[in-house]
Structure formats: structure tokens, C-alpha cells
Design a protein around this ligand. Structure first.
Ligand code: KIV
Length: 273
């Protein structure tokens, strides 16, 4: 009898989900959380948000390719079913399409992940085409693009008025036409997310972009109540910070009061013969 190994979801399979069953995604940066999430999600994103969430940075700008590769590796080790998508960090893909290919090839080779994500719309379309035609599955990221925070000035939601929608639609269409298999839409008003989702033939994955998208992604630590600052749109599905604090307090209390448990149950003494 042969046991089929678990097969990972692929980028083309995710693309084929357009307009069908909603796509479930979460960020993950560690092997152990990846293992817990794997049965429930279609893809795990090793987001460059790890710079803010794991390292306490103010923005994602300082994140390096090495940081992404290290955590991408960990998430691949912890998961076996979900597609793993690794973010390309700021500075690793914008200067030229050749640079982008070199960085993306390192990510795919060194982590074994199934796709990369990069931020930007029409301006990145040529790069998206270059990568897609050379065997790199690309997830786009439009709307609010956090790596551009220094140019944008803030992380504010966009596209509240219809008169402002044209560039966002143009961005989404451009990267879809260039061969992206899916795209994240971040922090845009619901009617704009709906319009983009209707306008492109690939699945849209919303974060702060309403249920009008083909799927949803959240930053794991935000939805678990572990992040000190959380965007307004995030529903908290857990309150783990409180749980961790209560456990640590109890541990500290036991140690200080000399109530820390002994090892009698762990290493029972052997009876003498
Ligand atoms: O880095 C990240 O976590 C992301 C999500 C916000 C989609 O790009």
C-alpha cells in the first residue's frame, strides 16, 4: 500500500478559485504557528509585516531579504498543505526586473515556497510579467502599499470617493494582465474593493478591504490579540496577550513563593530491588 504524501495547494489552483469558494489566508512567520494554521488556510503569507510584528520596527522598510528567507524556511518546515507565499522586502525588487528575478529566485530556491508577493501596481507590471514568464508565481499587492509609507505619509485607508478610484483600478488591471495569479487589496473602501474584484480575472484577497473580495487575509498576531497596536478594521478572534500575561504572572508568583513544582511525577524514584 502506498501512502500519498500531502500535496500543497499551488498558485494555479488558487488562481482557479476566482468567484468560487472564498480563499482563507493568514500571515505566519514561525514553524509552530504554521503547523497550527496549515489545515485551515489556503495560503500562508510570510509577510514583511514580520518586521513590525516580530522585531518591533515602526515600518516594514528595514526588512531584508535574509529575514524573509529565514522565516520563509521556518513556515515551509511547519506546513505541508497550504501554499506558502513569501513577501519581497523593500529594496529587493524595485530597481529593475532583473534585480527582482534574482531576489525572487533566491526566495524560491532557498525556502522552497510556492510564490512571492510584491507591492505596487502599473509601475510594477513589467516586472510582474518578467517574473511570471520565467516561472515565478507572483501575487500582487495594491491599494495601501505599506512599503511606500515614506512617500504616502501614513497608513490611512484609500479610495473613499469614487473620483479617486481610477488609479487603483488601473493598478489592479495592469498587474492582472501582466500575469499575477492573485492580488492583495489593502485598506480601501468597500465599493472600490468590489469594483476591483469585478474588474480583474484573478482572486482578490482583502485586508481591511471588506468582504467584497474573493478571500481574506489577516496578520495572525493582530487577530489573536497579541499586537500592541492593531488597525481599526481587525476583528479580534482571540485575546492571547491577556492569557500569556496571566500565565507568566502565575509562574513568577510560584517561583518567588517557592511553590514551583518538584519533579516527583516527572522522574519518579525507582524502587530498590
Ligand atoms: O506583510 C504582510 O503581512 C502583508 C499583509 C498585510 C497582506 O502584506
Amino acid at each position: 500500500m502506498s501512502i500519498e504524501p500531502t500535496r500543497r495547494i499551488t498558485a494555479p489552483e488558487l488562481r482557479a478559485r476566482k468567484g468560487k469558494e472564498p480563499i482563507v489566508a493568514l500571515t505566519s512567520y514561525h514553524a509552530h504557528t504554521a503547523r497550527i494554521l496549515d489545515p485551515y488556510v489556503d495560503f500562508l503569507l510570510v509577510g514583511d509585516s514580520l518586521g513590525m510584528v516580530m522585531h518591533g520596527l515602526e515600518t516594514t522598510v528595514p526588512v531584508t531579504l535574509e529575514m524573509m528567507i529565514l522565516q520563509g524556511h521556518a513556515v515551509m518546515r511547519g506546513s505541508q498543505r497550504a501554499l506558502v507565499v513569501v513577501d519581497m522586502p523593500f529594496g529587493s525588487y524595485e530597481a529593475s526586473k532583473e534585480d527582482a528575478f534574482r531576489s525572487a529566485a533566491r526566495v524560491l530556491k532557498e525556502t522552497g515556497c510556492g510564490a512571492i508577493k510584491l507591492e505596487g501596481g502599473a509601475k510594477m507590471a513589467e516586472t510582474v510579467r518578467f517574473l511570471s514568464e520565467r516561472g515565478v508565481p507572483v501575487m500582487g499587492h495594491v491599494g495601501l502599499t505599506p512599503q511606500a509609507v515614506n512617500a504616502l505619509g501614513s497608513f490611512k485607508a484609500l479610495g473613499r470617493e469614487e473620483k479617486d478610484w481610477a488609479p487603483f483600478l488601473e493598478d489592479a488591471r495592469a498587474i492582472a494582465e501582466a500575469g499575477a495569479f492573485s492580488m492583495v487589496i489593502e485598506a480601501v473602501a468597500e465599493p472600490l474593493a468590489k469594483r476591483i474584484t469585478e474588474a480583474v480575472p484573478i482572486p482578490t484577497i482583502g485586508i481591511g478591504a471588506s468582504p467584497a473580495c474573493d478571500g481574506q487575509i489577516l496578520v495572525l498576531e493582530d487577530m489573536l490579540g497579541l499586537s500592541p497596536r492593531v488597525p481599526k478594521f481587525v476583528k479580534k478572534y482571540g485575546e492571547l496577550a491577556g492569557g500569556i500575561e496571566a500565565a507568566v504572572k502565575e509562574y513568577a508568583r510560584e517561583v518567588r513563593n517557592r511553590e514551583f513544582p518538584g519533579l516527583a511525577n516527572v522522574y519518579p524514584l525507582k524502587a530498590k530491588a
